[in-house]
Design a protein around this ligand. Structure first.
Ligand SMILES: *[C@@H]1O[C@H](CO)[C@@H](O)[C@H](O)[C@H]1NC(C)=O
Ligand SMILES: *[C@@H]1O[C@H](CO)[C@@H](O)[C@H](O)[C@H]1NC(C)=O
Ligand SMILES: *[C@@H]1O[C@H](CO)[C@@H](O)[C@H](O)[C@H]1NC(C)=O
Ligand SMILES: *[C@@H]1O[C@H](CO)[C@@H](O)[C@H](O)[C@H]1NC(C)=O
Ligand SMILES: *[C@@H]1O[C@H](CO)[C@@H](O)[C@H](O)[C@H]1NC(C)=O
Ligand SMILES: *[C@@H]1O[C@H](CO)[C@@H](O)[C@H](O)[C@H]1NC(C)=O
Length: 269
């Protein structure tokens, strides 16, 4: 089976979706284990971070965020490590945040973060701060989709070697140049989920995508200005279940013969 023109793929995953969005915690509770309370320094960093945005109070999430005696580990959107008490997950998706984040933001005092979700906010065409890659080395989940960032994706992002999911979809006009797509894939060998819809890559899909992407479960590159011939080795990725590549008018190629035993659930080409 071969298609010589640009082609569309819509591949649907029927299972596993809940798994993608849930950050992992490693809380361990035993009958006489009292979970530690929130670190004062991290608590004030959280409040400072919140206060660095213009908010129209549309989100009740922040009602409990106060510099009183409350334990920030119980605040909405926060998760702490059950052993150390450090904040490990911050989910401020759809929280009406409006403004920008520079590299001196108190966000970067939350050094133990493993999961950061700021999706569906308005970062007002500002750029993704490069401190993300330098100061939050434990990030496994980073989600900045639909949040109004623009400009180049910082090179430091490829330092985040523990990343297992990265979603930068649907910002204003993000560019992936340095690192380019190939370097990103090579350096982030633990990625399971990579969603970059709408990011301008002006790139081919690297031929050696197999080299370091064997963990990929879900790859979404809709409207990424992908160029050139589509590398059929992508269909040999052992775990791939979801592949979205539509709206890349300059992507051409052949669909492979479907003799492989694929993990993909559905393909329309
Ligand atoms: C990113 O966050 C948004 C909003 O919470 C969610 O809809 C989306 O599925 C997340 N992306 C990933 C890859 O989990
Ligand atoms: C960074 O942003 C904060 C507000 O979040 C602002 O007070 C500070 O001046 C900014 N720093 C720089 C270097 O732009
Ligand atoms: C958004 O950016 C514009 C231009 O840089 C600036 O004038 C405006 O104050 C920003 N708005 C917010 C909410 O930060
Ligand atoms: C992270 O990435 C930057 C830019 O790519 C690089 O200069 C730096 O040495 C890397 N390592 C750390 C630990 O930040
Ligand atoms: C694959 O990724 C790991 C880090 O996740 C890196 O150390 C290794 O050099 C990469 N391999 C290749 C062939 O790029
Ligand atoms: C597609 O390729 C043609 C020829 O190389 C080029 O002129 C055009 O700008 C490309 N379109 C996009 C959207 O990159």
């Amino acid at each position: 089976m071969a298609a010589h023109t640009s082609f569309f793929f819509f591949i649907f995953l029927l299972t596993h979706f809940l798994f993608y969005s849930s950050p992992t915690t490693f809380a361990s509770f035993s009958p006489n284990h009292i979970p530690p309370t929130c670190d004062d320094h991290e608590k004030s960093a959280l409040l400072q971070f919140k206060d660095s945005f213009i908010m129209d109070d549309c989100d009740p999430k922040f009602e409990g965020w106060k510099l009183d005696g409350s334990d920030c580990c119980w605040w909405d959107g926060i998760e702490c490590d059950g052993i150390t008490g450090h904040v490990i997950s911050l989910d401020l998706s759809s929280s009406c945040l409006s403004g920008s984040i520079n590299s001196s933001s108190s966000l970067f005092q939350l050094l133990h973060l493993r999961s950061l979700n700021l999706a569906h906010n308005d970062f007002n065409h500002s750029s993704i701060p490069s401190a993300l890659g330098h100061l939050l080395p434990n990030l496994a989940h980073l989600n900045l989709s639909y949040s109004g960032f623009s400009g180049p994706i910082p090179s430091s992002i490829s330092n985040l070697s523990k990343l297992s999911s990265l979603d930068l979809s649907r910002n204003h006009d993000l560019l992936l140049r340095n690192p380019d797509f190939k370097t990103l894939l090579r350096k982030l060998g633990n990625l399971q989920v990579l969603h970059l819809d709408g990011v301008d890559m002006s790139s081919t899909v690297p031929d050696d995508i197999l080299a370091n992407s064997s963990s990929l479960l879900s790859l979404s590159l809709v409207d990424c200005n992908l160029q050139g011939e589509f590398p059929t080795p992508i269909f040999q990725l052992p775990k791939l279940e979801v592949l979205f590549l539509d709206s890349n008018p300059n992507l051409t190629g052949h669909l492979p013969d479907f003799h492989f035993s694929t993990t993909l659930r559905k393909l329309d080409g």
